[in-house]
Design a protein around this ligand. Structure first.
Ligand code: NAP
Length: 302
């Protein structure tokens, strides 16, 4: 029988934590939500926005009667957040998180909370904005949430967390944490690294002025700047935590970049056209899967 989730505690009320709180209020009004954030300022904003039924100043008090506790803090802060809630946890509470990398976080949570059931999760949904005001209830609609339970995780706890995310609007997949980290290194972490690199490089090119970079940004640069505006602390932690998978993916990327560099230098038109035809097909399959807007220019309103 599936476990019931009637009381949820959210630790960290930024973009993801506040979006979960909003979605619970909207989609599961019967579920009581308590929130906590380490920042007094964030707690104040969360209170003013009416994000939770209760905002607790103390992390252990926040989780006191919770059936499900969700840690929504940067990956590098998960161990501290888990240690801070430990004294207040009910024995039956399921602990979950929303970290963008999973193997390291799962190990940190298991170490901090050895007697609790831990079902790590990663909602593959987000924006370049952060903080409690940036969240919205529909963030998870139609997006994937990947659960990475350990081999000994109880089936009823996995089912309860899956049901919770489905109620928030997400589609749920379950996979091994190491596999998750490799997949996300390709689909999310490497693209962010490339965007951070391109935007940094373009802004330092001496032949081109900064005003020209901004003025003519619609030529492609602008789309990278959205990703490169993502939260610096969150992404610092993701690259440090998912180091091995990111470095392996980066190695492949560097090899492919050299192939394209060579094709340009040698005037290999067929190579370039074949490559770009293949990548255009990938874009079309993402749209067909409902994972992006088919309107030109990423659906921007002009
Ligand atoms: P965010 O908007 O920066 O919010 C994180 C909040 O957690 C901040 O208010 C932060 O306060 C607070 N915090 C930090 N350490 C804490 C602690 N020990 N106890 C309580 N609160 C603490 O970040 P986010 O975008 O919501 O990301 C949260 C998590 O979701 C990260 O693990 C990230 O990898 C994951 N995630 C993010 C996205 C995305 O697109 N943004 C998507 C999927 C998953 P301070 O600001 O004062 O430090």
């Amino acid at each position: 029988m599936a476990r019931g989730v009637e009381r949820v505690a959210i630790i960290g009320l930024g973009l993801i934590g506040s979006s979960i709180a909003r979605a619970i209020t909207e989609r599961m009004p019967q579920v009581a939500v308590t929130g906590h954030d380490a920042s007094e300022e964030v707690r104040g904003v969360a209170h003013r926005l009416g994000l939770c039924d209760r905002i607790a100043d103390d992390p252990a008090a926040a989780v006191a009667d919770a059936d499900l506790v969700i840690l929504a803090v940067p990956v590098g802060g998960m161990a501290d957040a888990a240690a801070a809630i430990a004294p207040g946890l009910a024995a039956h509470a399921i602990i979950s998180d929303v970290g963008s990398s999973k193997a390291g976080v799962a190990a940190a949570l298991a170490k901090a909370l050895p007697d609790h059931v831990i079902i790590p999760a990663h909602p593959v949904a987000g924006t370049e904005n952060s903080g409690p005001a940036a969240g919205f209830a529909t963030l998870f609609d139609g997006r994937w949430c990947i659960l990475t339970p350990g081999a000994d995780a109880p089936a009823d706890a996995i089912a309860a967390v899956a049901k919770f995310w489905e109620a928030l609007g997400a589609k749920v997949d379950v996979m091994d944490a190491a596999h998750h980290d490799m997949v996300l290194a390709v689909t999310s972490h490497l693209p962010h690294l490339i965007a951070y690199t391109i935007v940094g490089t373009a802004s330092e090119l001496e032949e081109v002025t900064e005003s020209e970079v901004i003025k003519y940004s619609a030529g492609g640069f602008r789309d990278f700047t959205r990703i490169a505006a993502s939260d610096p602390v969150m992404w610092r932690d993701v690259f440090l935590a998912n180091k091995d998978a990111v470095l392996a993916t980066l190695q492949r990327f560097n090899e492919d970049l050299t192939v394209l560099q060579q094709a340009i230098r040698r005037g290999d038109a067929d190579k370039l056209e074949d490559w770009f035809t293949r990548t255009r097909a990938i874009r079309r399959s993402i749209i067909a899967e409902g994972q992006d807007d088919p309107a030109p220019d990423f659906g921007r309103k002009h």
